[in-house]
Design a protein around this ligand. Structure first.
Ligand SMILES: Cc1cc2nc3c(=O)[nH]c(=O)nc-3n(C[C@H](O)[C@H](O)[C@H](O)COP(=O)(O)OP(=O)(O)OC[C@H]3O[C@@H](n4cnc5c(N)ncnc54)[C@H](O)[C@@H]3O)c2cc1C
Length: 450
């Protein structure tokens, strides 16, 4: 029998490693709660993953099999399972994260015949002859590359039974439904409408359905990336309206952003910790602890930033537009090291993905792959542009719900007296906005040796 080790691929359908392992022999599915991984994701993502494991077990039971979940170091668990079952080989899907590399090496070195598959991305990073340090050339090459077809349920699953999966973590926030079926439902709803307006509407931060919100499912592998890609391609091929095609194609390019960051991570694993770009001098981060606390709690007195941070704290998700703004604000205006922000996101996001989180942080901090040398988002202008009626801000910052949109967006520029009269419980800006803009810019210019 074959053993298939699930990691961030919690699904039965369109799972390359599982499908191949089950082609010739019955396959036993296993998930190992390796303690070395525990500190790398936050409690909410752990709780979401646990629910995903329970759903996965249900799926296996529907197919007459089961999911074995064990806790311990990977090598030890593999040996103990091998004593219970006759194992001829092991299969797993490549993870690409440097933190998983030693676990993969442990599997490869075990006495079983181990085979690794590419499942997580459409175009494996090693298929690129050169690495690309900006998105546009990468995307051109990515589009030309062949993509694997989606696969179904493996033909042979072992007739085993296992104890019910227990939760290792309770959630303190409302989580979306986990598992393959929930992911499929989410995709079906998005594909039925918003996909056709995605390019035009995706930055409307007030509309939660303008984006797919599939990231928690991609991150935990609850839906196969090939399934989505080929359905996107079919939508494009069947569409006659050029504008609709442009909207759908934008979604495809966002999937490629995800793969771009995997490619960066694969070729530059050190970028998980180090600045991707080289600087002439060290960046003189100030790392003020009080400013960092205020940012984390969403009480900076910059409404668009606070709305994003509170959305994160209360849901484990944040809209991409606000992710960019809060990250830029932390690094440029508060002059706090991007690694601190990245770690906070890692603890809070249910869609945490090491490639996209590191890549997104480095991009927004101007230490990464952005082609603009120093990009500083203006969260006041961004709020006005992407949340003109301040609906998103009011949803997450209820202290401001009685104000009109202009007063909300102009909050940092109002007089102290006015602010007190309008919303006493909401903080004044924790920094002098214009002054810090110049100081932040200077900090980067000095590091760049200008
Ligand atoms: C500082 C920062 C940190 C981030 N951390 C993460 C993270 O840990 N995990 C994560 O999945 N995404 C991360 N992103 C990327 C992006 O914000 C999210 O993927 C997106 O908001 C998820 O929402 P959605 O599924 O509705 O996206 P949609 O707009 O519906 O996009 C569809 C999918 O495309 C991919 N995608 C879209 N935008 C990006 C992008 N900029 N970079 C990479 N992939 C993208 C995601 O897989 C996403 O689910 C980060 C971005 C920034 C700026």
């Amino acid at each position: 029998m074959q053993l298939f080790i699930h990691r961030n691929d919690l699904r039965v359908r369109d799972n390359i490693g599982l499908f191949r392992a089950g082609a010739a022999e019955p396959v036993i599915p296993v998930y190992i709660r390796d303690p070395r991984r525990a500190s790398l994701i936050g409690p909410e993502k752990t709780a979401f993953r646990d629910r995903g494991l329970q759903k996965l077990q249900e799926r296996y039971r529907e197919h007459g099999s089961d999911l074995i979940v064990r806790e311990g170091k990977t090598a030890a668990i593999l040996s103990s399972i091998a004593q219970e079952h006759d194992i001829s080989g092991i299969a797993y899907n490549r993870h690409y994260a440097p933190s998983e590399r030693h676990i993969e090496q442990e599997i490869d070195k075990s006495r079983f015949n181990a085979t690794a598959y590419d499942d997580r991305v459409l175009v494996p990073p090693r298929w690129f002859e050169n690495d690309h340090d900006t998105f546009s050339p990468f995307y051109r090459r990515w589009k030309e590359k062949e993509k694997q077809d989606a696969v179904g349920v493996p033909s042979q699953l072992a007739d085993i039974s296992a104890p019910d999966v227990e939760k290792s973590q309770e959630s303190t926030i409302d989580l979306p439904d986990a598992g393959e079926e929930a992911a499929r439902d989410r995709w079906t709803a998005f594909k039925a409408g918003a996909l056709y307006e995605y390019k035009e509407q995706r930055d409307d931060v007030a509309d939660p359905d303008a984006v797919s919100r599939l990231s928690p499912y991609y991150s935990n592998g609850m839906i196969g990336i090939r399934t989505i890609y080929h359905e996107v391609q079919t939508c494009i091929q069947q569409e006659n309206d050029d504008n609709a095609i442009r909207n759908i194609a934008k979604y495809r390019s966002e999937l490629a952003w995800r793969e771009f960051f995997y490619q960066v991570l694969y070729h530059h694993p050190e970028s998980v910790e180090n600045n991707y770009k080289s600087f002439e001098r060290e960046i003189a981060w100030e790392n003020d602890a009080d400013l960092f606390e205020a940012w984390k709690e969403g009480r900076t007195g910059i409404p668009f930033v606070d709305a994003g941070m509170r959305e994160l704290n209360e849901t484990g998700y944040m809209h991409n537009r606000t992710r960019q703004n809060v990250a830029s604000f932390l690094t440029k205006h508060l002059m706090i090291d991007w690694r601190k922000g990245r770690d906070y996101f890692r603890k809070k996001l249910i869609d945490h993905d090491v490639a996209s989180n590191t890549g997104g942080w480095q991009w927004a901090a101007s230490t990464g792959t952005d082609s603009v040398p120093i990009r500083i988002f203006n969260p006041i202008k961004q709020g006005k542009r992407y949340d003109p009626e301040a609906e998103y801000i009011k949803r997450w910052v209820p202290e401001l719900s009685g104000l009109d949109p202009n007063q909300i967006h102009e909050w940092p520029q109002l007089e102290e007296e006015q602010r007190k009269a309008l919303a006493e419980s909401y903080p004044a800006p924790i920094i002098k906005y214009q002054k810090r803009y110049h100081e932040g810019k200077q900090m980067f210019e000095q590091a760049l040796g200008r």
